[in-house]
Design a protein around this ligand. Structure first.
Ligand code: PEP
Ligand code: MN
Length: 377
């Protein structure tokens, strides 16, 4: 059960103390506080865990400071959508909104290779008014002899260039808590010219110790990729690990499921699960067409498979697109076969715009249909 307290509840006030005294007197029930600090107000939620089945919602609503009560009947206590749950489905970070109702494109390098390529990419994004990108510094590779990413040595120039080109959020994979520390330090050194969304890759979806550390991270939001060989429920529970430790600024990433390599895509594209994740949870949903498809194969229509699956995700309501681009794909050190070319960026964005517009039209059509049904009833 979640007690949502009145905005800006004073934690030193008598009412709050009375509430907490009452809760701590309840047998077999533990409570845990979570503060959601917004620009205008702070919302406090109290999570009650244990024997809550016998508690009556109306009684709890009459306790001091309590504005609303949500009974958590299903899984994903913090990030899930529950009955009568109108908690937010969005968050803001460094001036960028991430929500189940909007769409951000994170086009960028799979792996940072040199400052020139980073700069060409960021300049192209700025020219198109795009404030987000992807830049891999720590690359988990299948083969121990493959390029592992430049790691912390590239962070200062990546962050400085981001500042130069108005990039507000960089999605960057981390595989160890030391990487989070290095990112903090590099941002500090360079004067915080940009923001970072920590990415947890598909190989680490169930790295519970990493999830707990990043869950306690107060600054950065997280993009958690679905595990490529586990159930959706297991991956959503992994996201809940982050939230249960306090970090609920989580975007859930679909990136395809493992099949036999080249069968015909690198992974079996799972973007039909975009609306499923939005129904089960309050997380914005990201799609990664590059790591799903893994090739530049073209359909007879003349459209690349990467474009096709992007459109499929967007027309189903995706909220973020993580996509590999490279100024010189032949020189890319990681995943060159799937990278889109810079001269495809405008074409890609226009294709995305068409799919997003179609999604919005479909939402309006569904609303119209429901209205007609209601008036006929
Ligand atoms: C990536 O986005 O660079 C990546 C390695 O993705 P995934 O974890 O989905 O394979
Ligand atoms: Mn990659």
């Amino acid at each position: 059960m979640i007690l949502i307290l009145q905005a800006d509840t004073d934690k030193n006030g008598d009412d709050f103390r009375q509430l907490m005294d009452h809760l701590s007197s309840m047998k077999n029930i533990k409570s845990r506080l979570h503060d959601e600090v917004g620009t205008r107000q702070t919302l406090t939620e109290v999570y009650l865990v244990g024997d809550t089945a016998t508690l009556v919602i109306e009684d709890m609503e009459n306790l001091p400071c309590v504005e609303r009560v949500v009974r958590v009947s299903e899984e994903y206590r913090v990030l899930g959508r529950h009955h009568d749950d109108n908690r937010p489905t969005h968050f803001e970070y460094n001036g960028v909104r991430f929500g189940q109702d909007n769409l951000n494109v994170f086009a960028g390098l799979c792996a940072v290779d040199n400052p020139r390529h980073v700069e060409l990419m960021m300049k192209a994004l700025q020219e198109r008014g795009l404030p987000c990108t992807r830049m891999g510094a720590y690359k988990p590779r299948t083969n121990p002899y493959s390029f592992q990413g430049h790691g912390k040595s590239c962070l200062p120039y990546v962050f400085e260039l981001a500042g130069k080109y108005d990039i507000k959020v960089i999605a960057m994979e981390v595989t160890h808590d030391s990487h989070v520390r290095e990112i903090h330090e590099a941002l500090e050194e360079t004067g915080h010219p940009t923001g970072v969304m920590l990415q947890i890759g598909t190989r680490n979806t169930q790295n519970f110790e990493l999830l707990k550390v990043i869950g306690r991270e107060p600054e950065f939001p997280v993009l958690l990729k679905r595990g490529f060989g586990i159930t959706l429920e297991e991956s959503l529970n992994a996201a809940e690990y982050l939230a249960s430790e306090g970090n609920r600024r989580v975007v859930f990433g679909l990136r395809g499921m493992k099949t036999n390599m080249g069968d015909p895509h690198r992974n079996f594209v799972d973007f039909s699960h975009v609306p499923v994740v939005k129904r089960l949870t309050r997380m914005p949903v990201c799609i990664d067409p590059s790591h799903s498809v893994g090739t530049r194969d073209v359909a007879p229509s003349g459209i690349l498979d990467v474009f096709h699956v992007t459109a499929q995700g967007v027309i189903a309501g995706a909220n973020m697109i993580l996509v590999d681009f490279h100024p010189h794909p032949a020189k890319a050190l990681v995943d060159c076969p799937q990278a889109l070319h810079m001269d495809e960026l405008d074409y890609f964005l226009e294709d995305v715009r068409i799919a997003r517009e179609a999604y919005e039209q479909r939402v309006a059509l569904a609303a119209e249909h429901r209205k007609q049904q209601a008036s006929a009833a």
